[in-house]
Design a protein around this ligand. Structure first.
Ligand code: NDP
Ligand code: 8X3
Length: 249
């Protein structure tokens, strides 16, 4: 089995690479930080291919995927994981640069990698496209604006892929986690402010990257006729709140 994991330099992607590599799969791990991928290549050995590119650049994604060496070119599982949030400011003052970057990684990255790898999956008659959405794609929260909208895209794009692929053996799954700690997600969102990032998880037992890797791995092990469309995950310490109503008094 050959697995292509975007965003393998940290968090869920890194745990997913390790999980599949332990199974003896060949794994391609991508990211922008070449040194991290080089360390992973040392750790995993010849079954790992590091691929450095920005998923939000169509030209770079096309070049990287077209250049896959033959022993890694038959991708069975694509894990569209690269992405994240930038900022938590309200829409009226959020940075347009942050919005562009979130659309590039969370939306365009998923579009490009999926479109480029899907034809080969269909030719070979096997494949699974797994994309990491978020509870933020379903439930709005203050400051979630473009991040939540980008993850809603991931959800709906995957559902639409299922519609296009019906009658083929290709599976499509969206994994939608809630609060998940131990990754770089909040440090990236708060631009390196470790105190703010740590406060997100204070007093909680969040999900871990390994929990998410377990879910990603599990959906690939099901009998081939079974497709998990969407899997939403939260730690038990997280649930839903009431609507926010501003009263005139
Ligand atoms: P991390 O910040 O720990 O990891 C993000 C990964 O994405 C890194 O490997 C990073 O690599 C890569 N990445 C980001 N932007 C790009 C880009 N433009 N091109 C290539 N690679 C990129 O985050 P998590 O592991 O926590 O999150 C992984 C995914 O799960 C994201 O899509 C996130 O939105 C989603 N998610 C996270 C949750 C959480 O609470 N942690 C909950 C729900 C969903 P590099 O910087 O080297 O390019
Ligand atoms: C990450 C979960 O709630 O911080 O997607 O948006 S949340």
């Amino acid at each position: 089995m050959t697995v292509f994991v975007t965003g393998a330099t940290a968090g869920f992607g890194l745990a997913t690479v390790r999980k599949f590599a332990k199974d003896g799969a060949k794994v391609i791990g991508t990211g922008r930080r070449e040194n991290r991928l080089a360390d992973l290549a040392k750790e995993i050995g010849p079954n790992f291919l590091p691929l450095t590119f920005d998923v939000g650049s169509r030209k770079d994604a096309e070049k990287a995927i077209a250049g896959l060496p033959v022993q890694f070119a038959s991708v069975d599982v694509l894990v569209n994981n690269a992405g994240g949030a930038l900022g938590l400011d309200p829409a009226q003052s959020a940075s347009l640069d942050d919005w562009d970057a979130m659309v590039d990684s969370n939306v365009k990255g998923v579009m490009y990698c999926t479109r480029l790898l899907l034809p080969g999956m269909l030719e070979r008659g096997r494949g699974h496209v797994i994309s990491i959405g978020s509870v933020a794609g379903e439930f709005p929260y203050p400051g979630g604006n473009v991040y939540g909208a980008a993850k809603a895209f991931v959800h709906q794009f995957s559902q639409n892929l299922r519609a296009d692929l019906v009658g083929s053996p290709i599976r499509v799954t969206t994994i939608e986690p809630g609060l998940c700690g131990g990754t770089e997600f909040s440090e990236v969102r708060f631009k390196g402010d470790k105190t703010k990032a740590a406060a997100v998880y204070d007093g909680t037992q969040p999900l871990t990257a390994e929990d998410i890797a377990e879910a990603i791995h599990w959906v690939t092990t099901l009998p081939p006729h079974m497709n998990v469309n969407v899997m939403q995950l939260m730690p038990v310490c997280q649930a839903f709140g009431p609507f926010n109503i501003k009263r005139n008094k």
